[in-house]
Write a protein that binds this ligand. Sequence first.
Ligand code: DLL
Length: 432
Amino acid sequence: MIFERRCETMSRDELRRLQGERLHAMLRRVYEAVPFYRRKLDESGVTPESVRSLDDLPRLPFTLKTDFRDQYPFGMFAVPMSKVVRVHASSGTTGKPVVVGYTRNDIALWARTVARTLAAGGGTRRDILQIAYGYGLFTGGLGLHYGGEKLGATVVPMSGGNTHRQVMLMQDFGTTLLCCTPSYALEIAEVAEELHVNLRDLPLRAGFFGAEPWSQEMRRKIEERMGIEAFDIYGLTEVIGPGVACECRAHNGLHVFEDHFYPEIVDPVSGAPLPDGQRGELVLTCFTKEAGPLIRYRTRDLTALHREPCACGRTLTRMERVSGRTDDMLIIRGVNVFPSQIETALLQVQGVAPHYLIIVDRKGPLDEIEIQVEVDEALFSDQVRNLEMLQRRLAHEVHGSLGLSAKITLVEPKTIERTPGKAKRVIDRRKL
Ligand code: DLL
């Protein structure tokens, strides 16, 4: 189903006109209301009056994560606090969090873009939607919550964690749609198996997974174990939260809701715009949020854009699955690797569970990489000889696809830490 048919299937020409108008209106607004943006625009010699269409976008300055930090907490807001009805923040492993504000209209917009997301995966008001993203300052829980209600589904605001209870409610309530991080979906699947609950026998039919990178192989594992169709959903706090882009049933990339959030791809080093189809850093401009419009925000997420029509009828640009972030990239003995590439290599091999931890260290002048991989329950009790073979196959796979010699350590099932939120995949001891 297409939740907002008019917006999601508009002709490209009409859409471009609308985007140009919205860009102009947004610039006028922020120039008046946000001293930070006025300064940036003045410095780059751009007046809001001179920006009339999308063609002018590359002339505008970028906004960076550090700008949010410098304006902490409320300096990026474009409305008085009396109009802000909600704030969210990203956890941020170091320093101050990124804080964003929402007016009442922004919350309504957010609910609509998340409802679009759920509808794109076949969600309707007859669904029972279990939300196992965390509630709180994180945008996952409340974002899916309002979107689910907007769609008219029955929302079960379970939040993350308490996995036994998640499984019990899925059984008792007849949950049909699940929302959580892909790594937590696997944890739920494992716990269900321990409890001898076959998720494939339950009404559960689809899952909306995002907030962290995940590979195609991981998708297959989740779909198989849960007996569902898995949808990749993308978003970030700075822009609005979830509800920025989502897969439809064609599973041919993620449609970006570009009537509100306009995507560009730039070279991560030079910042120069890249053509469609080429991978680079995603930059998003947010036209319509009242409290938090954004000009050319450097997301650090790596993807590529495609604008050909999609079988689902949506005309919205599609972005490829996010393979990683510019700041996630590991350089190991000169080889550039993303954790998601390691995941893809590991999951080619039968007998491993999709739980792994990458540990990078430097002994003397050389980088060393160890990959701890959990072995499937069935294999772990197997003969040592088989385990050694598995270890060699994994090392071979990683070397074959990434050109990297890694030490593979097989670990017992369920020894790598599980979290209900975003999985931690890398420990880089070189920075310590
Ligand atoms: O993770 C918002 C969200 C919640 C998205 C629930 C989807 C579902 P942040 O905590 O600000 O917001 O983290 C945003 O997470 O820049 C990406 O690096 C990563 N990310 C989000 N979705 C995906 C995805 C939420 N589908 C950061 N695939 C983003 C890969 C993703 N990475």
